[in-house]
Design a protein around this ligand. Structure first.
Ligand code: GDP
Ligand code: CO
Length: 395
């Protein structure tokens, strides 16, 4: 594929944040006489390079009661060499949606001779492994893994690690276009190929997010993302003294990390997870607060933001869901030790203006799951590995 070169990279301590890079063309051909670089400012990412990273990547799909057709479409879009890991919190019982997902997944895998793992978020064996590993923060009062997309992501991460993958990407199960899923994963690979540090992250920005209201309207920005990005940028500016607009993917559900980075980040519960990743990176490696990871500081963190060619169309879950997302996203910034009094006041005013909070209310505290390294990942893995085949759809 052809992609814009990361022309502007802003530094915040040892974090290298690249401005949005657009995908110029989805394919760059196999002909070797083409120069490795395209025109000025454009990089050619070889197909072989993309495959190299796909082979080392697990793609985690969190799913909760999505339409089966959408889920199937998403799986069909994941490049063949990636290991698909489905973490489902779908309904069981009379209408066993989890079972239906498993059947659909295993059929696809049988047809295409590929491996995939699927687990239910409420599987007691997973809760047991998490408890054994000291990962109690993931557990609810009933002793099972808590509800939530972020909790599913952490379980997916642990399974990816157990499967020996070096990269992990996330793709939502409610994407309408399998072709977009294919592009997300190729963009992850492209980003990783550009990283200088073993600690890297790739976040996806959709070119267009169509809304269906009468006709199909190709809207350039989402309102929630716009607000989240503004306050993430303010967080940086308030420390560096220079205004910036570098952050454009604060709420990117579609994103990927090197396992090395994934294991040193804490994860916020529910929908706060994506903005919290950036906030945590700024806190730990922005050079303002003391770091616990000098070695990582030395190598730096690379964050890439890639704008897709494909539009993003997913299930719309209503106005209330959006308000809740905005509240949780801004909570991560509000409660960060990096956030000064002035920024806090601005966030409160914003939430009141958008009618998410009432006068006098504060954003709820963010519930964090500690970085994976701290809890003994190895223990989780050895516990899960004992019957790893149980999760293998072809097993
Ligand atoms: P949005 O796209 O950010 O508005 O959020 P969605 O509600 O579409 O959720 C993103 C993805 O996470 C979808 O694939 C959902 O099915 C999935 N999801 C949401 N909640 C949960 C959960 O509690 N557990 C799991 N495993 N997946 C979830
Ligand atoms: Co969605």
């Amino acid at each position: 594929m052809f992609i814009e070169s990361p022309r502007y990279t802003e530094r915040f301590g040892s974090v290298r944040l690249s401005h949005v890079q657009r995908v110029i063309a989805l394919d760059s051909g196999l002909k070797s006489e083409l120069p490795p670089y395209g025109a000025m400012g454009v990089i050619k990412i070889e197909e072989e390079t993309i495959k190299h990273f796909e082979d080392r990547m697990a793609v985690v799909i969190p799913v909760k009661d999505e339409k089966l057709k959408l889920f199937e479409g998403v799986v069909s879009g994941v490049p063949h060499d990636c290991l698909v890991i489905v973490i489902s919190n779908s309904q069981r019982g009379k209408v066993d949606r989890f079972r239906m997902e498993g059947d659909a997944l295993s059929q696809l895998c049988r047809f295409t001779i590929r491996k995939a793992l699927i687990a239910h978020q409420k599987d007691p064996a997973i809760a047991e492994a998490a408890a054994e590993a000291g990962c109690d923060e993931l557990l609810g009062e009933d002793g099972l893994i808590r509800d939530g997309k972020s909790e599913a992501m952490v379980v997916g991460l642990l399974m990816a690690k157990a499967a020996g993958k070096e990269y992990v990407g996330f793709v939502d199960a409610d994407n309408y276009f399998p072709g977009a899923v294919l592009e997300y994963v190729r963009n992850y690979a492209a980003g990783f190929s550009l990283a200088q540090s073993p600690y890297s992250m790739v976040r996806i920005l959709w070119h267009y997010k169509p809304k269906i209201s009468g006709g199909l309207y190709f809207r350039r920005w989402g309102r929630v993302s716009e607000t989240t990005n503004k306050y993430l940028n303010d967080l940086i500016s308030s420390k560096t003294g220079f205004e910036t607009e570098v952050v454009r993917t604060g709420n990117a559900g579609e994103h990927a990390m090197s396992m090395k980075l994934a294991e040193i980040l804490p994860y916020a519960s529910g929908y706060a997870v994506e903005p919290q990743e950036l906030v945590s990176i700024f806190e730990n490696f922005g050079g303002i607060l003391p770091t616990k990871n000098l070695k990582v500081m030395e190598q730096g963190i690379d964050v890439f933001q890639i704008e897709t060619r494909n539009p993003h169309l997913h299930e719309e879950k209503g106005e209330e869901h959006l308000s809740n997302m905005l509240l949780l996203a801004l909570s991560t910034i509000y409660h960060s030790p990096l956030c000064g009094e002035e920024s806090k006041q601005a966030i409160l005013a914003e939430l009141i203006k958008q009618e998410v909070l009432k006068e006098g209310e504060e954003p709820p505290p963010v519930r964090l799951v500690s970085p994976l390294k701290k809890v003994s990942t190895d223990k989780f893995i050895s516990h899960i590995r004992e019957d790893f085949d149980k999760y293998n759809v072809l097993g």
